[in-house]
Design a protein around this ligand. Structure first.
Ligand SMILES: *Cc1c(COP(=O)(O)O)cnc(C)c1O
Length: 367
């Protein structure tokens, strides 16, 4: 197979080195004679795997002592229910809708309690983060939920909500809960600014089937009585993510990805590369009259770059030509149309260069 670059939004590209190591260890992990898939999750071998994965993740994100790292299942969509079941405490919550995923989070949460929309989302496409001056926050919400990177719309937060007592400011004591599925580990963050961060692994961490939750300890222990035990954060934390069998192989791959990230200079190192990759693509799109990205510049995602051709009738041909050059999975989400290039941590800059070269050629022959 010749060189390909996989721009899938998720499940997405993983570092080649990680896949090669997993292949080499597939049938015999470190002389154990077993595949990781065949090990007891309570044995010493897997204990080492999950222990190192957590320690490396804590190091990468400088997770403070009073935060717990949970390895769960069900993906971000399950978290849309698990979060209110654990954190609503019979009260209400504020939801900021900035795209398709946060809209889905708000809809699901509304099944479990009173949800206040921080801004009234209109009918228009999602192309910006509403400035905080436009927000209406409750003073007594159990938490504020937002999505740090809207994978479908290509809209990303590049700032943290300001706290204070004004109506648009987040009250100092209200926890910030963030769906970080598609940008966790892509850049440094201050974990202590959040009450809870969660994400499905299949964008920037590893295989589908694993959900990562990082949660402040004092938020544990308030689950709704009907919350399934396997989804009660306190139960999962108390059992060190082993209340039931965790997704062992996915945790193992995530652990290899964490070690790979450390070799890339950690999240600061990868952030510099991610920014350079995004700039290369956006700069070309903005300079071209043939391609267009509709997201406000200051809110553009470093991870997911939706773009449109001047003439949508050319979309099919563009995709077929891309495929021929080994540029895979560039079709935009069906709700947005056009193209989308997802350029997560594991996408090398050569992939983005190859894409831009192809876009230039296509523009030359069709523009
Ligand atoms: C992919 C994605 C989801 C959906 O995740 P599942 O793992 O399929 O449940 C939710 N939120 C964001 C931001 C995503 O990128």
């Amino acid at each position: 197979m010749s060189q390909i670059f996989n721009f899938s939004a998720g499940p997405a590209v993983l570092p080649r080195e990680v896949l090669e190591q997993a292949a080499a260890e597939m049938t015999d992990w470190h002389g154990s004679g077993m595949s990781v898939m065949e090990m007891s999750h309570r044995g010493a071998e897997f204990g080492q795997i999950i222990g190192e994965a957590e320690a490396d993740l804590r190091e990468l994100l400088a997770v403070p002592e009073h935060y717990r790292v949970l390895f769960m299942q069900g993906g971000a969509l399950a978290e849309n229910a698990i979060v209110p079941l654990n954190l609503l405490r019979g009260g209400s919550a504020d939801y900021l809708v900035t795209g398709s995923w946060s809209r889905q989070s708000a809809r699901e949460a509304a099944r479990y309690g009173t949800i206040n929309m921080v801004v009234e989302p209109g009918e228009a496409a999602f192309t910006r983060i509403p400035p905080q001056a436009e927000w209406r926050l409750s003073r007594d919400a159990s938490y504020l939920h937002l999505c740090s990177n809207e994978t479908i719309d290509g809209v990303q937060f590049h700032w943290l909500p300001a706290r204070g007592d004004a109506p648009h400011q987040l009250a100092p004591a209200i926890p910030l809960v963030v769906d970080a599925s598609s940008d966790i580990l892509s850049r440094p963050i201050d974990v202590s600014a959040y009450g809870c961060l969660y994400g499905g692994a299949q964008k920037n961490i590893g295989p589908a089937g694993l959900t990562l939750v990082i949660i402040r300890e004092d938020l544990l222990g308030h689950a709704h009585p009907l919350c399934p035990s396997a989804f009660d954060y306190a139960v999962v934390a108390k059992n060190k993510s082993m209340f039931n069998t965790p997704p062992t192989y996915a945790i193992y791959i995530a652990g290899l990805v964490f070690k790979w990230l450390k070799r890339q200079g950690g999240v600061a190192g990868i952030a510099a590369r991610n920014q350079a990759k995004a700039a290369l693509l956006y700069d070309y799109i903005d300079a071209s009259g043939f391609y267009q990205n509709r997201v406000a510049r200051e809110d553009r995602s470093w991870m997911n770059v939706p773009f449109f051709l001047a003439d949508p009738a050319l979309d099919k041909e563009f995709l077929a030509g891309a495929q021929q050059r080994g540029l895979l999975q560039l079709k935009g989400h069906r709700s947005v149309g056009g193209m989308r290039a997802s350029i997560y941590n594991a996408m090398p800059i050569e992939g983005v260069r190859t894409l831009v070269d192809y876009m230039k050629d296509f523009e030359r022959s069709h523009g």
